[in-house]
Design a binder for this molecule. Structure first.
Ligand SMILES: Nc1ncnc2c1ncn2[C@@H]1O[C@H](COP(=O)(O)OP(=O)(O)O)[C@@H](O)[C@H]1O
Ligand SMILES: [Mg+2]
Length: 363
């Protein structure tokens, strides 16, 4: 297997600000990425993900603030001295060189002796499963194979940090799923600190140990995917990580110290204990049960009455949109073979377990 690739480094970012001319793009970014961690930057297009990644690599305008790799401030170091390896969306393979030569190139440039180059290139090609294609040219490879070569070429020089900017966006849907697993496996094998930029929440969720959600150049929240999904710190994060039912309204605490929420359209929701913050009531479509009108409400559940406005059969789930006093509530019901679907216009009851209801700051 591979020879001693690794010696990963942590990345610390302190109060980073970056502008393109008058446009302030990164705003007060603070982050601490552990050595060996798989970390994702997730956010919509234009949120500053690539700019932040490029700042770590040493490309683009000089930011203010600090970037530390392995504890060392790298502000004055040019990209090639930073010990980071970056894989670009376009792969940027040399078309006239063989696969072996493409992967060897970085080592040749660094003056590594020929026998060592051969050993290291073979080890990396073996690792990405392409040792048999070493004499081909990039044009004779599929998209997924080109992606593996781009990765192999970057990790063979043993960077301390691997930077990936939307590396799967040129691949079709099935291959994307396969490649994200391969990248994840490779990262675990090498224990290489990896920063993965994506606008796709599923990609970030399935690959990363932790992620930072960005919007408009500001980090909204940092944490493990499941933490962010279950405890979003604002409505942007709640909505960006998946479908969410959001009800705005007012809270009040009764004499019994129990907390009630009244939505803008007058729907009352019993929250039980008082939540730690004010905010909107949020719950996920898959946490809502739908049943015909007149169903008894189970203890500990919140119940709504409504009318089915739309119904989509997806196969694995049935997605309903139900009108509850003018609020559109989405429900994802796992489809059981033979189960009866509710028609548009049907009167239904909805139930949500109190524990599935989140109170999230924001408007
Ligand atoms: N070279 C540039 N010159 C001016 N503005 C830029 C440049 N590159 C990026 N920007 C702006 O910075 C913001 C963040 O861009 P980017 O980091 O590419 O976002 P993302 O990768 O999240 O889609 C955008 O508003 C974009 O228009
Ligand atoms: Mg980008």
């Amino acid at each position: 297997m591979t020879a001693n690739i690794g010696n990963s480094a942590g990345v610390v970012i302190n109060d980073l600000n970056l502008s393109f001319g008058e446009t302030h793009v990164l705003k007060g970014v603070n982050l601490s990425i552990e050595a060996g961690e798989f970390f994702a930057f997730l956010g919509p297009s234009g949120s500053g993900k690539s700019t932040l990644l490029r700042a770590i690599a040493g490309f683009g305008p000089r930011p203010t603030g600090r970037i530390l790799i392995d504890g060392e401030d790298i502000a004055d170091q040019p990209p090639w001295k930073r010990n980071v390896g970056m894989v670009f969306q376009s792969y940027a393979l040399w078309p006239h060189m063989t696969v072996h030569k493409n992967v060897a190139f970085g080592l040749e440039e660094r003056g590594v002796p020929a026998p060592e180059i051969k050993r290291r290139v073979d080890a990396v090609l073996d690792m990405v499963g392409l040792i048999d294609l070493a004499e081909r040219r990039p044009s004779q490879l599929s998209g997924g194979q080109q992606q593996r070569i781009a990765l192999a070429r970057t990790v063979v020089v043993e960077p301390k940090v691997l930077l990936l900017d939307e590396p799967l966006s040129n691949l079709d849907a099935n291959l994307r799923v396969q490649m994200r697993r391969e990248i994840r496996d490779l990262q675990k094998e090498l224990r290489l600190t990896t920063i993965f930029v994506t606008h796709d929440q599923e990609e970030a969720n399935t690959t990363s140990d932790r992620m930072a959600v960005l919007d408009e150049g500001v980090i909204q929240q940092v944490g493990a995917p499941v933490e962010l999904y279950d405890k979003p710190s604002n409505l942007f994060v709640a909505n960006f990580l998946g479908s969410a039912n959001v009800l705005q309204g007012k809270m009040s605490v009764g004499k019994d110290r129990k907390c009630k929420f009244q939505s803008e359209n007058g729907v009352a929701i019993n929250l039980g204990a008082q939540p730690p913050n004010e905010g909107a009531v949020v719950f996920r479509p898959q946490n809502v049960r739908i049943s015909k009108a007149g169903t008894n409400c189970k203890a500990g559940n919140v119940q709504f009455q409504g009318t089915v406005g739309h119904m989509e059969f997806h196969g694995n789930i049935v997605r309903y949109g139900v009108d509850v006093s003018g609020h559109l509530i989405l429900i994802d019901e796992t489809h059981q073979r033979g189960s009866v679907l509710f028609d548009i216009g049907a009167s239904v009851d909805l139930q949500v377990k109190q524990g599935q209801i989140m109170v999230v700051p924001g408007h």
